[in-house]
Design a protein around this ligand. Structure first.
Ligand SMILES: CC(C)(COP(=O)(O)OP(=O)(O)OC[C@H]1O[C@@H](n2cnc3c(N)ncnc32)[C@H](O)[C@@H]1OP(=O)(O)O)[C@@H](O)C(=O)NCCC(=O)NCCS
Length: 204
C-alpha cells in the first residue's frame, strides 16, 4: 500500500508486522526512544494479540518504522499506543504514512475515533499529529517517568452522522457518493458497501 500524504515519496510501503520483524522492531525502538522503551517481550505480546494491530513501514526494503494500535472489545475508540520512524529516515513521510495506515486499520476494526498521548515536549510528534488532523482535548498530569505531562490528542475517523443529521443536504450527498451511507439501522451506524472491502459497525 504505497501512501505518502504530505511528503511525496515512492519508497515507503506499509504492511502488517509479523514475528519475523521482532529483531528489527526492537532495534528501531532503541534508536527512536531514549526512555520508556517497549521491551522485546511486549513487542512479542502485541504481535500476537488479537486486540492490537502492528503496522510496519519499509523504506527501500528495510524496516524503518512502526505504528501500534490497541483496541478494546465493544469500544469505538482505538488507541495509538506507539509510533516511531527510524531516525535515519526522519521527515520522509514515514510517520504520516504509518498514521494513515493505523487509521485505516482502526476503521476496519470498527473504531470511530483514534486517541493518543504524547509527551508535552515531543515537538516533532506533536507537529506530525496536528498536520495529520489530530486535535488536543486533554492532559494527563505527570504521566511520564520524567514527570512530564501527556497531551491527549484525538481524531474522528468516520463522520458522525448523528451530528450531521441537520447538516445541509450536500454534505450527505458527498458522503453517500464517497461510499458512506446510513444502513437504516439508525443514525450513528453506517456501513461502507461490502464491495469496498471495509465495514464499519457501531460507530456511535
Ligand atoms: C514522530 C515521528 C514518528 C514522525 O515521523 P517522521 O517520519 O519523521 O514524520 P513525517 O516525515 O511523516 O512528517 C514530518 C513532519 O513531522 C514533524 N517532524 C518530524 N520530525 C521533526 C523534527 N525533528 N522537528 C520538528 N518537527 C518534526 C514536522 O511536522 C514534519 O514536517 P516538516 O518536515 O514539513 O516540518 C518521528 O519523529 C519519531 O519516530 N520520533 C521518535 C519516536 C516518537 O517520539 N514517537 C511518538 C511517541 S508519542
Amino acid at each position: 500500500m504505497p501512501l505518502a500524504p504530505d511528503h511525496p515519496t515512492h519508497e515507503v510501503s506499509v504492511r502488517p508486522a509479523t514475528l519475523a520483524d521482532l529483531d528489527a522492531l526492537v532495534t528501531l525502538e532503541h534508536e527512536a526512544f531514549r526512555t520508556d522503551r517497549m521491551s522485546r517481550r511486549s513487542f512479542r505480546g502485541f504481535l500476537t494479540s488479537p486486540n492490537a494491530a502492528m503496522i510496519v513501514a519499509d523504506l527501500n526494503g528495510k524496516l524503518a518504522g512502526y505504528a501500534l494500535v490497541l483496541f478494546r472489545t465493544g469500544s469505538a475508540l482505538a488507541r495509538l499506543y506507539s509510533i516511531a520512524a527510524s531516525p535515519h529516515a526522519g521527515r520522509r513521510g514515514i510517520g504520516a504514512t504509518l498514521l494513515q495506515a493505523a487509521e485505516a486499520a482502526a476503521i476496519k476494526r470498527g473504531a470511530a475515533t483514534m486517541r493518543l498521548e504524547v509527551h508535552e515536549k515531543n515537538a516533532a510528534a506533536i507537529s506530525r499529529y496536528r498536520k495529520s488532523g489530530y486535535r488536543e482535548f486533554g492532559r494527563h498530569h505527570e504521566y511520564y517517568g520524567d514527570k512530564g505531562h501527556a497531551l491527549r490528542f484525538e481524531k474522528r475517523l468516520v463522520p458522525d452522522l448523528a451530528r450531521l443529521k441537520d447538516a445541509p443536504p450536500y454534505f450527505h450527498q458527498v458522503h453517500v457518493r464517497a461510499g458512506l451511507h446510513d444502513d437504516g439501522a439508525g443514525l450513528g451506524r453506517s456501513v461502507i458497501p461490502a464491495d469496498a472491502g471495509v465495514r464499519i459497525q457501531a460507530v456511535a
